[in-house]
Structures are given as C-alpha cells and as structure tokens.
Design a binder for this molecule. Structure first.
Ligand code: NG6
Ligand code: CA
Length: 504
C-alpha cells in the first residue's frame, strides 16, 4: 500500500514535467537570404507566386512590422544568434570567406538556449559568421571553432556566400569531399594558384559580373576572392538548393525522436543566382524571380517532410529573411531588365544596405498549429528577440551579459499579445530608432545613393523623422515639425549606444 502511494505520488509529480516535455515544439527557423517584404505573394506580390510560403502564412501568424537586425547579412545573423546588436561588436560587417569566427564559443546563443532545453540542434545552409581561429580556418584540416562550438550539434554549411570563395561545403568541421592530395588554398588579398579569373578570362564565364566579382572562376562564375585546389569538393551552384534541402530534411528525419531546433539558412535569392534548371525561366522575372521560386520550393520540401513524419502539428516553423531585397547585386543576371512592375520591398523605401524600412522590414511568419492561431500581427519585433523569447519559453534565466539587446516578446510571437517591443534599433550605414509609428534616422555624411546596387541608402546630413503610420514609404521628413519627438528618439538612441545593453 505504502509503495503504491509512493508510486502514485511520483507519477503525479512527474506528470507536469512529462506533459511539458511532450508539448515542447520542434523549431525550424527558415532564413532566406535577401528576400524582401514585397517578394512573397502572401505579402502582396502579384507578379510572383510563392505557394509554399503562402501555405505557411495561411496557417500561421503573419507579422507586418518584423525586422532583421541589420540591412546586410553578417550583422543581421550575428545579432539574431547572439541577441546583441551587431554595432556593439567590431568585425561584424559583411565578412570575406576566409574570416575567423566572430561569435566566441562560450557565450549564450540562440542555439545554446535550445541545447540547454534538451533539444537536438543543427544548422544547414549559409553561415557567413566566419570560421576557425584568428587568421581564419584550416580548410584542409579540422575547422574549429565552427557552429558546433556555439550550440549547434550538427552543421552542414557554406562558409560565407555563394559569391565568395571557397566554393565548398563544410560538414561537421570538414570540407566535404576533399581529396587530401589536392589541398585548398584561399586568399582575398592576392591571387593564389593559376585558376582563371573573371578579370583575365571573361570568355570562360556563364554569367558576367556587373560590379566586382571578377576574381577566381568556379563553375563558370567569377567570385570575390581567390582559390585553388579542392577540385573534388567544389559545389555546383545549380544543385545547392537541392543539397541544402536534402540535408535539412535528413536532419529532421534523424533527430525527430527528441525535440529539435533546425536553423535552415537558404542561399536564395542571393547572388550568384544560379537556380536549378527546373526553375529557370519559370518566374518570367529572370534569375532573381527564379531563385525566389526555388526558395519557395525549399520551404515546401521542409513542410512536406514535417507532414510525412507527422510532426507538423507540434513544430513551430518561422520563415523570415536576413535583410531586405536587392535587384542588381553584382552580376548581369537579367534581374533588372525583367523586374517589370514588381516591388521587392513592397510599399517600403530602400532595400538591402538601406536605412529606410526596406532594409530591415522583412516577411516574418510563425506557424505552430498546436500553439498559435492563424492571423496577422503588427507587433514590432526583431529577429534579435528570438533568443530571449525562446529562453523565456523554457523558463531559462539569462545572465547579465547574455543577449543584451534581445527582448522577451514571446506573447507577441505566439499571438497572445499584439504588443512587441517599445523601441528597436535598425542597423544599416547609420543607425535608426523605431518607436511605435515613429522612425528616426541618425544624421551622417555617407553617400545617399549606392550606384552599384541602385539603392537609396537613406543617409542624410540632417536628422530624419518619419511617421510610418501615415507615410510608410518615408517620403516626408518631419524632423523640423516635431523637434521634441526627434530629440527624444535621438536621446534614446544615444542612451542605447552608450550602455552595454538595452534589455531590462
Ligand atoms: C557585397 C557584394 C554583394 C554581396 C554582399 C553581401 C560586391 C560588388 N557586392 O560586397 O554581391 O555579396 O556584399 O551580401 O562585391 S550579404 O547578403 O551576404 O550581406
Ligand atoms: Ca543577405
């Protein structure tokens, strides 16, 4: 009798913990590269159809004021993974392909939050946060530190971008398919080896650069940086989406027994846009549109795998992008000529690289059938908030130095509240502060217009203040009409800059 009672008591005590363990959702964070607010049909695009992302949006929560932390890739990813604004950390601007890893092992990251909660964690796709120690990674040996040292149990990545050497995949610290007899050498300051370059051998190109991108040619595309060796390990750009998606699906299949967190960082539609032949010509919008269709296909494959494995109900899927859109980002790929009336940033001004909203305001969809009601939310949230929000969902305490700019917006994230952050820094060439409908852009003397990419950068020597509720396109600078608001936002921005953290 006594024993029975004891067992009963034990079961009662364990029940809530078990229930919690069972309801903890898997999390798949699908991170597109350079997809803009207006590039998705569920965000208003009409010239292009993204049925798989739309499927997510229909069954999930669609955010209309969600942000990447910065208007380019490296600072945006740095902030999302560490919960720290990238402007606080030197060396987080767009990195070359042979850069050392910028996230120090030992600090809290989005991935360590999941690991601490008992999740299997993995990253597949574009990394672009550096690899290896100071001086860069040993491409021919063990690559350490790598994502595996900051919370990811599994990694299958490209070091930087498709347009930067080395053009090889790294899986769990090793270059995939490398023949030791043919070692890789990489340099960004001088030519290494005797492979042709875009500058010297333009006749060997499948696609020509429009600016830069004239160094080593691999697979008919000239890149940024020089490399030689590693012939058996070179990727084929046209297969990249298939390769990454295959690895992402395999990770889900192999880890499904435990809750898992997968950071699936797509390469599309970043340059060079070299989609698989089955997508070529399908969008009618040139290579950029075709690459968006390919990104949408990748999303569809992940959703299909979740359905097939009966995991969809208790998997929280986030779809978002690392920065706003750009049309000509350095290759003559017909994106400009075939753009037509399509507006990659939707109603917003600027795009990738810009202080205007087009730089950081991105699609952001969260679907979790078991825990989130479909709908729309205009809560102000940022990818920098994912860390503190998931930590909160696991009742984890963050240390004082952890994730200093990550706010717990969990209730907004799961649709239980329409309120997100009070204010948010957007990072591009300058810093901007958002507060409610207001947006303040710091005065600076940088160029107003990027001729290379045809982007309005939003720089100005005078302070800029916009009321986004009346003027989402940031056309009327109200700084002079509202000097008090301008001053208030300016002071708040200085305060955030001068203190080491903005989180309470
Ligand atoms: C720029 C490249 C651009 C792209 C970008 C990084 C040139 C002329 N432009 O310097 O093509 O690679 O860096 O993009 O080289 S990001 O999405 O990874 O931030
Ligand atoms: Ca990007």
């Amino acid at each position: 009798m006594k024993n029975l009672l004891f067992i009963l008591l034990l079961v009662l005590m364990l029940a809530p913990a078990l229930a919690q363990a069972q309801t903890r959702p898997n999390v798949v964070l699908i991170y597109a590269d350079d997809i803009g607010y207006g590039d998705i049909s569920s965000y208003g695009a009409t010239a292009i159809k993204t049925p798989n992302i739309d499927r997510l949006a229909k069954a999930g929560l669609r955010f209309t004021d969600a942000h990447a932390a910065a208007a380019t890739c490296t600072p945006s990813r740095y902030a999302m993974l560490t919960g720290q604004y990238a402007f606080r950390k030197e060396g987080t601007n767009v990195l070359p392909g042979d850069a050392a890893m910028v996230i120090e092992p030992g600090r809290a990251t989005l991935a360590t939050v999941f690991q601490r909660a008992g999740y299997s964690t993995g990253v597949v796709g574009k990394w672009h946060l550096g690899l290896g120690p100071k001086g860069g990674p040993d491409w021919n040996g063990e690559i350490k530190p790598s994502p595996r040292d900051i919370g990811f149990g599994y990694e299958f990545i490209m070091a930087a971008t498709g347009d930067r050497v080395p053009t090889v995949y790294v899986e769990n610290r090793r270059v995939v398919g490398l023949d030791p007899a043919d070692p890789i050498r990489v340099a960004y300051d001088k030519k290494v080896g005797d492979w042709p370059t875009g500058k010297e051998n333009p006749d060997q190109l499948k696609m020509r650069p429009s600016h830069g991108h004239d160094q080593t040619i691999v697979n008919g595309v000239s890149r940024i940086g020089y490399m030689t060796g590693g012939k058996s390990a070179l990727w084929k750009d046209e297969d990249m989406a298939d390769v990454f998606t295959g690895k992402a699906v395999k990770f889900i299949e192999q880890t499904k027994a435990k809750p898992f967190f997968l950071f699936f960082a797509l390469h599309d539609p970043h340059v060079p846009r070299m989609p698989h032949p089955r997508f070529v010509g399908k969008s009618g919008m040139g290579a950029r549109g075709d690459a968006i269709l390919q990104a949408d296909w990748c999303v569809g494959e992940v959703l299909a795998a979740l359905d097939r494995l009966k995991l969809a109900d208790n998997t929280l899927v986030i779809f978002t992008s690392d920065n706003g859109p750009v049309v000509d980002d350095g290759y003559k790929d017909d994106a400009v000529e075939k753009l037509g009336s399509h507006k990659p940033a939707g109603q917003f001004r600027g795009g990738k690289y810009s202080n205007f909203e087009g730089g950081t305001r991105v699609p952001f969809i969260v679907r979790w059938p078991k825990g989130i009601k479909p709908g729309e939310s205009d809560a102000l949230i940022s990818q920098v908030d994912l860390l503190a929000s998931f930590a909160k969902s696991f009742n984890q305490k963050l240390g004082d130095k952890d994730a200093p700019d990550s706010f717990n917006v969990l209730t907004a994230l799961v649709g239980r509240s329409k309120t997100g952050r009070q204010d948010l820094i957007e990072q591009a060439g300058a810093l901007s502060l958002r507060q409610g409908q207001w947006k303040y852009i710091e005065p600076n003397n940088k160029q107003k217009f990027a001729r290379l990419t045809n982007t309005e950068l939003g720089n100005d020597s005078i302070p800029q203040l916009y009321d986004l509720s009346a003027d989402p396109g940031e056309t009327r600078n109200l700084a002079k009409q509202h000097p008090d608001k301008t001053k208030e936002l300016h002071e708040r921005l200085q305060q955030i800059k001068q203190t080491a953290r903005s989180r309470q």
